[in-house]
Ligand binder design. Structure first.
Ligand SMILES: CC(C)(COP(=O)(O)OP(=O)(O)OC[C@H]1O[C@@H](n2cnc3c(N)ncnc32)[C@H](O)[C@@H]1OP(=O)(O)O)[C@@H](O)C(=O)NCCC(=O)NCCS
Length: 138
């Protein structure tokens, strides 16, 4: 029954900033809900998990791609009060289905999440990244 009231959608057109409160937990600077909405609209693929009663977004995943061979999943998050209900699993399952035609689908995660992603047959790879913290603020 967990997560039973959640509706999944790829449609981001009617999402308001007010429905995007509560994300980017533990980030050094949280992107504002308005910026979050820009991120959703700028992504090639998005899956949202919305509370079926209130419409509040309780989880989201984004992907960007070259449209031919490769895709990257930059962001996946479920709001803390709705974690461990299977929502993150369903978001990943759905975005991987969206990206089914691509040869490579990559993401970067902390080591403790490796077992979470292994369930979708993702394999550990090494990664390099640049983080410009001053670019986080809106
Ligand atoms: C990672 C995240 C999206 C998982 O979402 P979720 O809805 O809680 O995940 P699920 O309920 O589908 O979890 C299924 C299983 O994955 C594993 N899992 C989930 N979150 C985990 C975490 N943070 N660390 C380790 N394992 C985790 C558990 O085995 C869990 O099963 P259990 O509840 O029976 O123990 C969520 O914890 C989150 O938003 N974290 C903060 C942001 C983040 O780390 N995003 C990923 C960036 S790569």
């Amino acid at each position: 029954m967990a997560g039973a009231d959640v509706v999944y959608t790829t449609d981001v057109t009617d999402v308001s900033a007010a429905e995007l409160e509560g994300f980017f937990v533990d980030w050094p600077t949280r992107p504002s809900p308005e910026r979050h909405r820009e991120i959703l609209r700028g992504s090639d693929h998005v899956v949202l998990a919305r509370d079926g009663d209130t419409g509040r977004v309780v989880g989201f995943v984004t992907a960007i791609s070259d449209g031919v061979l490769s895709a990257f999943i930059p962001l996946l998050e479920v709001v803390p009060e709705r974690q461990r209900e299977g929502i993150g699993t369903e978001l990943v399952r759905r975005i991987l289905a969206e990206l089914e035609s691509f040869y490579m689908v990559d993401l970067v995660c902390d080591p403790e999440l490796e077992s979470f992603y292994r369930r979708f047959e993702l394999l550990p790879l090494s990664a390099m990244g640049l983080r410009r913290r001053h670019r986080l603020a809106s």
